[in-house]
Design a protein around this ligand. Sequence first.
Ligand code: SF4
Length: 361
Amino acid sequence: MKYIDEFRDPHLARALIGQIRKDLKQPLQLMEFCGGHTHAILRFGIRTLLPETLTMSSGPGCPVCVTSASDLDHAMALVRLPGVILTTFGDMVKVPGSQGSLEKARADGADVRIVYSPRDAISLAKKTPDSPVIFLAVGFETTAPGVAASILEAAQLGIRNFFAFSLHKLTSPAVRAILDAGEVKLSGIVGPGHVTTVIGTKAWNFLPEEYHVPIAVAGFEPLDILRAISMLVLQVGEKKARVDNAYSRSVLPQGNQTALAIMNQVFEPCDAEWRGLGVIPRSGLRIREEYAHFDASRAFKVDVSSGAERPGCRCGEVLRGILLPRECPLFRRVCTPEDPVGPCMVSAEGACAAYYQYGEE
Ligand code: SF4
């Protein structure tokens, strides 16, 4: 298939693996920030092809997974309000919180609907003018501009029954938090391709400049990822740290300025709680005062319970890159995609789901 096959060429993959082996002079620990990369690495067997002295850990780049238990409980409280229709992406409905999942709430009679974009929620709001329609907005810089555009559209059309509950998060503060914690000694980071398409490679300059940690931004095909790993191995071998771009067909240094402008028009940074990482300053996005009418957290006052984690779940450690899914005692035995204990087993970007699906023990 055009534009796919050339990024899965086995001859080129073998050449890149040979280059990585040749350039690797010392044990390296890399982190792939993005859950999409974790899935691609396992799906294409990349981990098994790499030298044993090159280890890769998963990071917190799964928006569903990093949504905190208390934010989930807040969403559960919203959906229980009389007459409310709560809309969200498919992954979110299955995530178990301390008050059960949105799927369970739906079985109990709550109106929870899966949508494919926030514009679907706008369409629903138009069709049901007497019901508040809340869009549960989860995602990084990749999805926030689309939600911002929907809020602008609702404002322009005068749709007063559309609301967004913003749990959006920003990626670079999470990377800083992981490096500042120092729990995992990283030699380099495989940077998120979709996020960097929006924020641009310049947004990662702080990594080499402040932490002397190299980053190589990657796409999601095997050659993209192998090329990024090869770039990182080379940088470490040369004792250099810079921002490399192995996804130049999508990512520009300045990112997508139009998307960033829309995002910044509607949202402003705020402190946000991440599963596993706690509260990270200015790592979330809240709706600006000017668009406060559309902010579900201001429009609906609810009592939010404790936000307790499910007993035994170690998603927090998986998201910090200090625990492999197979090292969680519940993995496969108790926690499965059919009966997940934590969000990392639910989401299409979750590390535990990737290890389960692609059979890596
Ligand atoms: Fe959480 Fe399940 Fe993963 Fe364990 S296996 S960390 S319980 S999602």
